[in-house]
Design a protein around this ligand. Structure first.
Ligand code: C5P
Length: 222
């Protein structure tokens, strides 16, 4: 069967990675989490106490960072220069600052090159903010997932409570709004629905319903 590239974009906490993983699993495709790459770089920069606004400094650091996304038995793991950072890149500290790192032109150019290499072979589901617009503009399937801020924060909140993590709904709402604002207003490759993307408003849909809709789009376009 024809191997495709499926680009999934959308705002923070829209459930992109959960859905993308399931779609990839159903199709036997590789899942590539581009947000994890920006998070890994942010984690490195924080470790080194770099000024995140220093574009040249952060770019220089990236050139020394080998970021590896690896599918293992217990799910996708993320490595930076062979150190496992899978958990470390999900902290509130990284989440709150990743958008500052991701707005730099030189950083994005390098990340996009790396991501394009990963997508070249097709048979991929890639999620992020600029996949359909910049990373794989010729993707056979483009999806834009949206949901209200309230819904997205509510889902995260429930997820946190379920895992026994401390969680504050108002803080989550603020963080999501702030991240979306920086991601949407940045100069380079802002968060944007590609003209030819299919928009799925997930507000009142379950994860499996979203997966089904995407598979239906794949069947139609594939
Ligand atoms: O997808 P996730 O929420 O983990 O992404 C973290 C951050 O990485 C986003 O808020 C955004 O600033 C940045 N990002 C990006 N372009 C992508 C993927 C993520 O700018 N393709």
């Amino acid at each position: 069967e024809n191997q495709l590239a499926i680009a999934i974009d959308g705002p923070a906490a829209a459930g992109k990675s959960t859905v993308a993983k399931k779609v990839a699993h159903q199709l036997g495709y590789v899942y590539i989490d581009t947000g994890a790459m920006y998070r890994a770089l942010t984690w490195c920069a924080l470790q080194k106490e770099l000024d995140l606004e220093d574009e040249a400094g952060v770019h220089h650091l990236l050139m020394e960072c080998d970021i590896l996304l690896k599918m293992e038995q217990d799910g996708q793991r993320v490595y930076v220069n062979e150190e496992d950072v899978t958990q470390a890149i999900r902290t509130q500290e990284v989440t709150n600052q990743v958008s500052l790192v991701a707005k730099h032109r030189k950083v994005r150019e390098e990340m996009v090159q790396r991501q394009q290499k990963l997508a070249k072979k097709r048979g991929v589901v890639m999620d992020g903010r600029d996949i359909g617009t910049h990373v794989i503009p010729d993707a056979e399937v483009k999806i834009f997932m949206s949901a209200s801020v309230e819904e997205r924060a509510e889902r995260r909140h429930k997820e946190n409570l379920k895992k026994g993590f401390p969680s504050n709904l108002e803080e989550l709402m603020d963080e999501i709004r702030r991240r979306d604002e920086i991601d949407s207003k940045r100069e380079v490759a802002p968060l944007l629905k590609a003209d030819d993307a299919v928009e799925i408003d997930t507000t009142s849909l379950s994860i499996d319903e979203v997966v089904e809709r995407i598979i239906a789009v794949v069947k139609k376009n594939g």
